[in-house]
Structure formats: structure tokens, C-alpha cells
Ligand binder design. Structure first.
Ligand code: GUN
Ligand code: ZN
Length: 431
């Protein structure tokens, strides 16, 4: 079975942070994408593809924009139910809202309900791949991988590990059980279908040195896995880390000392970095994940997107659900734009769109697999209505080029802009 999707198409040919943003993508106002057996097999002019693939079933999206599905590089699916909880900064927010909710995920039925709810919300927002933290409970990890498998989604996830008494009773593992459980889960899920495992120490304040060491050893045994954690999100948190790890040179060093720094490391937030940390991360090509709705919502700070991305750091974009206040990568792009404006820089729409697709895929080492409309990539596709509300539609009529047609949807769009989603070559829903 061959499908041909027709509409406007956008294909990045370059990194818009290190080349001219205007020319980093090819736009076709009447383009097409051919999908076969879960893969993209051709991208080109609609009429040419109709001619070349006469057997294809055609889905004509008219003026809508066909793009790679969004890739959300850092989420906590167990926090779905407590998104938008009022009034706290990071450490109090964790203790007040997050940890009590995460305690519930030892119950496999509850974990399964939230995992399914979360992934359906993600898809409804055009997000086809996420990298998620789970909870300390292996049940929470099985639940998410099973829910993703049922939806044929490419996913990255891992058991969140916490063994220090800074985490509450009932939400702690041990160095040994974190190693054993992570290893068992990794063996069960990593590379199974579209699943990938990420070794996941929550962050150094909730792990002992023994646990970080054990997880560093596990990563050394399985270097093809990703490792995800948090880094330098709030100033109070950095002071806390300094007190807990007095021998570390800086926050990053609390990971580096224990074998938890590498190219396949994915570090969430990374706002208040010191020069040594930036140099090390760049040298290794490690992933940094910008979580702008979370960083404003929890009051963490203004990530230096332009400084880091244009210096060649591997930067991705994420909602950080539920520290972030939205499931939407459109809303997240808007927040990235606003945060950069507060630092005196205007991020180009091409840069924002690239971050939400290919940039995040790169941060997760899924480059070429998802995140770009190109032959050979997996067919995870979002179709975007660029006039999804009256407010956006009236603004879009004044657009002069593709980027000014897209920018109102970036700034004002939400799940209403998602006209359709294809996952693994199959159409999921239609408006
Ligand atoms: N740092 C450690 N855990 C978390 C979390 O769940 N959310 C955010 N935003 N930061 C964290
Ligand atoms: Zn997080």
C-alpha cells in the first residue's frame, strides 16, 4: 500500500542555526510525500509524485503544511495529571505536587491509564516522538512502552532513579535496585520495535554517589542507550548540588565523576551553565534540551538558545510536561521565541521549527530516523492547518512568504492547528 500526501511541504536541508536560516529549508507550495510500509520513500512536487506513483492512494490536504511530526525531547508523562499546578518553584514544586503524584505509579493500572492519556494528548498536539521520564516503579516504564507500542510510536523512556533521602519515603529505590531494575527494563525494551531505553538518574540531588556510580557502570555496559537527566535548572538547585557534592568542580561534574557524561547524554534545562560545563558539553556533542514553558512557569531562568545553538551545541526543544505548562510544541516554540526576545534576540521561525523536529531528533540521536521529511526516514508526519482559528487566519492572509505564513501558527497555535497525524506510515485521525 502506497500513500501520497499532498499539501505544502517543508524540508530542512541544513541546520538553520549554523547556516542562513532563510535558506536552510526547501518549501514547496504544492508538494507531496510518498509513504510506503512505514517509511517515507519520496518527497517532491505533488504533480511529479502523482505521475511517478500512479498506484498511490492520495490524501490531499490542500493548503495545509505537511511536516515531520514534532519530537519532544524531555517530558515526564507521570506528571500529566498535575500539569499547571500553582505557586511553587522547583524544589517545592517537586515536593508539593510531583512526588505525591509519582507515588501512584506503582499501580500498573493507574500507570497504564496515564500513559495512554499522555500519548493521546501528545499525538493530538502533533507530537509523534517523546523522550520521557517515568517514575521509580518499573510498572511505570512497562506501561509507557506498552502504550507506545499499541500506538506504534517511536519512544524513548527510562525508569527514574532516586535513592537519596532528599526524595520522600515511598519514592526511593537503592543503588543496587536502580541498577538491576534499569538493566532488566533495558533488556526488555531497548531496540524492541520503535522503543529505545534511556538510563535515567532524575538529577544528582536525589541520587547518592553510589547510585550515580552504578548507573554510570550500566551505561558503560550499554553505550548504545541514551542517558537523560537534569542539569542547572535553578540557582537554588545548583547551591544544593554544591552542598551535596563538595568535591565536584560544578554541577556537570557530579555526572562526569560517575561516568554519566557522554555524547549520548541528554541534559534537560541547562540554563545556568559555567564555561567549563559548556566547553565539555560541546567537546562531547552531548544533548541540551531547552524547556521554555517550564523555565518560565517554574521561574527557572532564560536559556541561552542562540549562544548555545549557534556555537554548535546539540540543542533540542521540549515541553517538560508537567513542569511545562503545555503539551503543545507550537506553544513551546512560542515560549522559546519569547525567552530569546527577553535576551535580546529574535529567533527565526525556521530555527524554531527545526528545533521542534530535527533539532530534538538530533539531541536524541534519532537524526535521519525521525524529525525530517526525507526518503528513508520513518513516516511520522504532522499536517498543520495554518489558519486554524479566526485570529490566526486573519493574520495569515497578510503573509508574504512561507515563514510569515507559519509564524502566526507558532505564536498562537495549539492542538486545533493539528489537521492530521501519521504514525509509522499510518493515518491516525482527521479533523
Ligand atoms: N528536576 C528534577 N526533577 C524534575 C522534574 O520532574 N521537573 C523539572 N522541571 N525539573 C526537575
Ligand atoms: Zn524534567
Amino acid at each position: 500500500m502506497t500513500d501520497l500526501l499532498l499539501g505544502q511541504t517543508l524540508t530542512f536541508t541544513d541546520d538553520p542555526f549554523t547556516t542562513d536560516a532563510e535558506t536552510a529549508a526547501e518549501h514547496d507550495s504544492r508538494g507531496g510525500v510518498v509513504v510506503e510500509s512505514g517509511k517515507i520513500v519520496a518527497v517532491g512536487h505533488g504533480d511529479d509524485l502523482r505521475h511517478d506513483f500512479p498506484q498511490a492512494e492520495v490524501t490531499d490536504y490542500g493548503n495545509a503544511l505537511i511536516t515531520a511530526g514534532f519530537v519532544d525531547a524531555h517530558v515526564h508523562y507521570p506528571q500529566t495529571g498535575i500539569i499547571a499546578s500553582w505557586g511553587k518553584r522547583l524544589i517545592d514544586w517537586l515536593n508539593t505536587y510531583t512526588f505525591p503524584e509519582e507515588m501512584r505509579f506503582g499501580n500498573a493500572d493507574y500507570a497504564g491509564d496515564i500513559a495512554g492519556r499522555y500519548l493521546d494528548l501528545a499525538l493530538a498536539h502533533g507530537t509523534t516522538t517523546v523522550a520521557s521520564y517515568c517514575t521509580i516503579h518499573p510498572e511505570s516504564v512497562d506501561a509507557l512502552f506498552q502504550a507506545a507500542e499499541a500506538r506504534q510510536m517511536r519512544i524513548i523512556a527510562g525508569k527514574t532513579c532516586m535513592d537519596r533521602d532528599t526524595a520522600p519515603d515511598g519514592l526511593r529505590d537503592t543503588a543496587q535496585s536502580a541498577y538491576d531494575d534499569s538493566k532488566a527494563l533495558l533488556t526488555r525494551w531497548h531496540g524492541k520495535g520503535r522503543a529505545g531505553y534511556a538510563i535515567t538518574p532524575r538529577f544528582s540531588p536525589t541520587s547518592t554517589a553510589d547510585q550515580l556510580q552504578a548507573l554510570g557502570a550500566l551505561w558503560a555496559e550499554h553505550p548504545d542507550c541514551l542517558m537523560q537527566t537534569h542539569l542547572s535548572e535553578q540557582l537554588d538547585e545548583i547551591d544544593w548540588v554544591r552542598g551535596l557534592y563538595p568535591n565536584a568542580r560544578d554541577y556537570l561534574d557530579t555526572y562526569e565523576m560517575f561516568g554519566l557524561l557522554g555524547a549520548r547524554g541528554v541534559y534537560g534545562h541547562a540554563i545556568h551553565l559555567e564555561q567549563r560545563e559548556k566547553d565539555r558539553l560541546a567537546e562531547l556533542g552531548a544533548g541540551l534540551v531547552h524547556c521554555p514553558t517550564s523555565n518560565t512557569f517554574i521561574g527557572s531562568g532564560l536559556f541561552d538558545l542562540m549562544g548555545l545553538a549557534s556555537a554548535g551545541q546539540r540543542v533540542g526543544l521540549a515541553t517538560d510536561t508537567g513542569g511545562g505548562s503545555s503539551f503543545s510544541m507550537l506553544r513551546t516554540m512560542a515560549a522559546a521565541y519569547e525567552v530569546a526576545q527577553l535576551r535580546g534576540v529574535a529567533v527565526h521561525p525556521a530555527q524554531l521549527w527545526w528545533l521542534a523536529t530535527e533539532g530534538s531528533a538530533r539531541a536524541l540521536h534519532l537524526h535521519g530516523t525521525v524529525g525530517r521529511l526525507q526518503p528513508g526516514a520513518e513516516a511520522d508526519i504532522a499536517v498543520i492547518d495554518l489558519a486554524s482559528t479566526p485570529a490566526i487566519a486573519q493574520r495569515a492572509t497578510r503573509a508574504e512568504d512561507v515563514w510569515s505564513a507559519i509564524f502566526p501558527t507558532i505564536m498562537m497555535g495549539d492542538d486545533r492547528a493539528i489537521r492530521d497525524v501519521w504514525v509509522n506510515g499510518q493515518r491516525r485521525a482527521s479533523a
